[in-house]
Design a protein around this ligand. Structure first.
Ligand SMILES: Cc1cc2nc3c(=O)[nH]c(=O)nc-3n(C[C@H](O)[C@H](O)[C@H](O)COP(=O)(O)OP(=O)(O)OC[C@H]3O[C@@H](n4cnc5c(N)ncnc54)[C@H](O)[C@@H]3O)c2cc1C
Length: 394
């Protein structure tokens, strides 16, 4: 096996999942994560189709099922909290749903043989004939054979190897904020969503109802803001939702205290290759499908499986392996991204008329002949790849 020393940037989903498989095949991955420790906060993410089979092949399906959110119905409500329409659990939660932080923890615990470096970031990548010299923000320069960016939508590795993010990022016209709040409505494994034109605010219970997650979505032209300035982002959310009814004032109040405030654009990464020389990308860094697709975690888990499998199948030869990885993933990525592009107006209706039409459609859906088609759409996307059997573990 050649190219055994693999540096992976990012310890969320794609990074640890890739490290898991690489270890199994006899590589020696190192994972570097910018956060000072494993980031266990976050929102619910769900699995559909092929990703469940990958979890099974990892021997982790049972552990993920044991931490499943077991989310039930999600209702759309009016300003008085009166239910307008109820959607079935699979609509929002896929076939299996878990909090992203719990998933990270499971993957991290399953990769105890892997070297993890927290609180640091790659600063520079210089490729030479036999490998890659990597400089870091804090640690000393090290030599690796391959570098993989699993560092999300705003990937540093992608910027270093491919160039400025703006070339590859396609904003879908929405922004999302999500954070933990007290479960003041006493929600029991259910979610409530409220719409105003171009805005969706939601709340769902989490961690056995001990807390809840608040979601704020809004449609907008591109906003110029600082990715690292959380105060500016909180203010943006506050200003956008000021004066809205339902539970909005209470949730905005809770936002001030939230330990895990998150804000970003709903964006996709579209690349015509996932590698440059000895550097490759996986997960959101390579093909973010945006939260609106509900497929990001499935893509990350499947992508890690395919990338590691192709490297093992090629005996570590990166050029054929990276090519095969791209060819295997391309159609799956396109299908999942298409799903994300189509969901915006449905989830964040632009006008009152749209809100009424969406709710009417949801109400009528159980009686419509295309009910099955609509329900199966995300599942079909999740299965838009046939998993290859890669060489047995070393
Ligand atoms: C609000 C929201 C809701 C979502 N809902 C769903 C859903 O329902 N279903 C679903 O399948 N997916 C969902 N997703 C998407 C899902 O979270 C991602 O697609 C998935 O986590 C991809 O994992 P990743 O490991 O590729 O990237 P990420 O989870 O983004 O992880 C990237 C990691 O890299 C680290 N990092 C960043 N920069 C550096 C650096 N320079 N050096 C070192 N480390 C770095 C970050 O700290 C992070 O730990 C949602 C996403 C959001 C934002």
């Amino acid at each position: 096996m050649q190219n055994k020393r693999v540096l992976i940037s990012g310890a969320s989903v794609a990074g640890p999942a890739l490290a898991f498989w690489l270890c199994r095949y006899g590589f020696t991955p190192t994972v570097i994560e910018r956060a000072p420790e494993l980031r266990e906060g976050g929102y619910a993410v769900d699995f559909r189709g092929a990703s469940l089979r990958v979890l099974d092949r990892m021997g982790l399906l049972g552990r993920v099922e044991a931490r499943a959110t077991q989310m039930g119905e999600v209702s759309y409500v009016d300003s008085e909290n009166k239910t307008l329409v109820v959607t079935p659990p699979t609509f929002q939660s896929g076939e299996l749903e878990i909090m992203r932080g719990d998933l990270s923890r499971i993957l991290y615990d399953a990769t105890q043989d892997v070297e993890y470096i927290f609180g640091d970031s790659i600063a520079g990548i210089t490729e030479h004939d036999s490998g890659v010299s990597v400089t870091f923000e804090h640690s000393a320069t090290r030599e690796f054979d391959l570098v993989i960016g699993a560092d999300g939508l705003h990937s540093t590795v992608r910027s270093l190897a491919f160039g400025d993010e703006a070339q590859f990022r396609h904003d879908l016209g929405y922004y999302v904020s999500i954070f933990t709040v007290p479960n003041h409505l006493g929600l029991d494994h259910v979610g409530r969503f409220y719409n105003a034109p171009n805005k969706t605010v939601g709340m769902y219970s989490a961690r056995k109802n001990a807390e809840a997650k608040a979601l704020f979505w809004f449609g907008s032209e591109p906003i110029d803001y600082d990715h690292r300035d959380v105060e500016q982002q909180r203010k943006l959310v506050e200003d956008t939702f000021a004066g809205e009814s339902w539970e909005v004032p209470t949730l905005l109040e809770a936002m001030r205290e939230a330990p895990d405030f998150y804000f970003d654009s709903a964006s996709q990464i579209q690349l015509s290759e996932y590698s440059r020389g000895r550097v490759a990308l996986v997960g959101d860094a390579a093909y973010c499908a945006a939260p609106l697709s509900g497929m990001g975690t499935s893509l990350a888990i499947v992508g890690a499986y395919v990338l590691a499998g192709e490297l093992a199948a090629a005996g570590g030869a990166h050029e054929p392996a990276f090519r095969a990885y791209y060819n295997e993933m391309r159609e799956f990525v396109e299908t999942c991204q298409k799903l994300g592009q189509g969901n915006g107006k449905w989830f964040v209706p632009p006008t009152r008329a749209w809100i009424r039409m969406r709710n009417l459609n949801l109400r009528l859906l159980p009686h419509l002949p295309w009910k099955r088609y609509v329900e199966q759409l995300p599942l079909k996307a999740g299965n838009a790849i046939t998993l290859k059997d890669y060489p047995p573990a070393a």
